[in-house]
Design a protein around this ligand. Structure first.
Ligand SMILES: Nc1ncnc2c1ncn2[C@@H]1O[C@H](COP(=O)(O)OP(=O)(O)OP(=O)(O)O)[C@@H](O)[C@H]1O
Length: 486
């Protein structure tokens, strides 16, 4: 470590002005180096902050070059108290009355040839930047991996309610968490909005971190990954980008449908994917739909996504919705009666986020008015939500939504044509008409070009059977239902 620091300081001395070097680099001291984590101490908070924002990237790059490995650099306040001030008197420490105000002649961003944070080395998502944002020294040293991983410690398996809708996903997730890189790789979870995909992958991350606190884990939303690719592109920083992502033990990437149509992102992700899988590192992906249905996605990625295990998370069934409401209420120290929980769960069927929102409203309403939570209180608290739920869905609306979804003409809903690409959407529309409206089978038949009620019955049974056995069909229907319910 001492050797590294000598090499690194010498390099920085060449790159910086003498004042910059004396003011910012000389007062630093390497603390320790272990398992890819290098800690460097700064004598006071001001210097710590400035060094983090201005020189962290460069120091990390030099460290990676020196050890020829991905290195994370953490800047901390010197645990031994203030170190002797080695910068010459008046050498530009504004905190001590010098003239080194950021941007002034001591080397603020504009004074640093070769770049400040933006021009040197790692893009903004990189490990060192993460450390740069670590809040307080105590936490910096306590669980650096946890902070770097972006894992939300609240989203665990313990508070994930399990039911028919997510039991497969949970079983697969548990297995992957217990044997990362070994069982299903990648694990691909898909399902509609607010059904718990993000919760499940954070739960995996939390579990892996408990079992192996040194695991290098990263949770990232796909939109952020896209932004990082753009940043790496602008800064010509793909080497750092690759080094970082290819060095992970566990990559959790959320809502990958956002990669659709973004070829450069897909290319970079493909490399990361291949490198991690080859090294038996675990990848977990979520999406709002199954791999083949993601539009604008490269075929080679789609086939990779499908090469591990693909599991759906379904909308929760009634009992599961009740259990979720009760669990979330219990976390707020509130006991919901059965009839209240069933009432809410019966009326709000689309997703868990909606249930959480409803519960928040109910709790706020009852606290504000000082009333116990009864069905009448719930009706008042959720007036707006329930009126939307009760809004009548018309058969015409169903026909239009289904026709748009499958890219056929509305007229095909009434026509006598029977090619499969028309017949199936028509059967789906009939099924939804039966599920979501009060119309009888003959009435529905009439609205579909005067068809017999037995034709409607056949369609309803067929689609119900398909839905029960095919997660893809179930997903399509769920998306349509969510669209229709607004
Ligand atoms: N089975 C469950 N048990 C407890 N809480 C759940 C469950 N499923 C979802 N939730 C909660 O519902 C909320 C929404 O879940 P989450 O964000 O994981 O959904 P998502 O499927 O990732 O949605 P999106 O596609 O919009 O990103 C979160 O607060 C999550 O904790």
């Amino acid at each position: 470590m001492e050797n590294f620091w000598q090499t690194c300081s010498a390099k920085l001395e060449q790159e910086l002005t003498p004042q910059q070097y004396s003011a910012w680099i000389k007062p630093l001291a390497p603390l320790d180096y272990e398992d890819g984590l290098l800690r460097i101490a700064a004598p006071n908070r001001f210097k710590l902050d400035w060094v983090k924002t201005q020189f962290a990237n460069r120091i990390t790059t030099l460290a990676c070059e020196y050890w020829e490995a991905p290195i994370e650099v953490q800047f901390v306040l010197d645990p031994r108290g203030n170190m002797p001030r080695r910068a010459p008197p008046g050498a530009g420490d504004p905190a001590l009355g010098g003239n080194g105000h950021p941007g002034g002649n001591m080397g603020g961003p504009s004074g640093y040839n070769g770049g400040g944070a933006s021009g040197l080395g790692l893009p903004s998502h990189m490990a060192v930047q993460d450390y740069m944002q670590a809040p307080a020294p105590a936490r910096e040293t306590a669980r650096p991996r946890q902070e770097l991983s972006r894992i939300n410690s609240v989203l665990t398996f313990d508070n994930l309610v399990t039911g028919k809708a997510n039991q497969l996903a949970r079983a697969a997730a548990t297995q992957v968490a217990n044997n990362p890189g070994v069982s299903y790789n990648p694990l691909f979870l898909y399902g509609g909005v607010g059904l718990g995909k993000t919760h499940v992958i954070h739960a995996i991350g939390n579990q892996v971190l408990i079992d192996n606190p040194n695991a290098k884990i990263r949770y990232i939303h796909a939109e952020q990954y896209v932004r990082d690719v753009v940043t790496a592109y602008q800064r010509k920083g793909f080497d750092d980008f690759k080094r970082y992502y290819h060095s992970l033990d566990l990559l959790l990437i959320d809502d990958i449908q956002f990669f659709g149509g973004k070829s450069r992102t897909q290319e970079e992700f493909f490399y990361a994917f291949e490198a991690l899988i080859a090294a038996k590192k675990q990848i977990i992906i979520t999406s709002d739909t199954y791999p083949k249905e993601i539009s604008g996605m490269d075929d080679r990625l789609i086939s990779r996504f499908d090469s591990g295990l693909t599991v759906a998370i379904e909308p929760p069934e009634l009992e599961m919705r009740v259990a979720i409401l009760m669990k979330k209420a219990a976390l707020e120290d509130v006991v919901l009666s059965d009839d209240v929980a069933f009432f809410v769960a019966k009326h709000l069927r689309s997703n868990v986020r909606e249930l959480e929102g409803a519960l928040r409203k109910i709790l706020a309403y009852s606290r504000f008015h000082g009333k116990d939570i009864t069905i009448d209180v719930v009706k008042d608290a959720l007036k707006d939500l329930l009126s939307v739920q009760n809004r009548q869905i018309s058969v015409e609306n169903i026909q239009k939504t289904v026709a748009d979804f499958f890219n056929i003409k509305i007229a095909d809903m009434y026509s006598k044509k029977r090619p499969a690409n028309i017949a199936r959407p028509r059967q789906i529309a009939m099924y939804l008409a039966k599920e979501l409206t009060q119309k009888s089978l003959p009435e529905i038949g009439d609205l579909f070009g005067g068809r017999d009620h037995t034709t409607v019955l056949h369609a309803v049974r067929k689609i119900a059977a398909d839905r029960a056995k095919s997660p893809e069909c179930n997903h399509e229907l769920h998306v349509l239902e969510q669209t229709l319910k607004g």
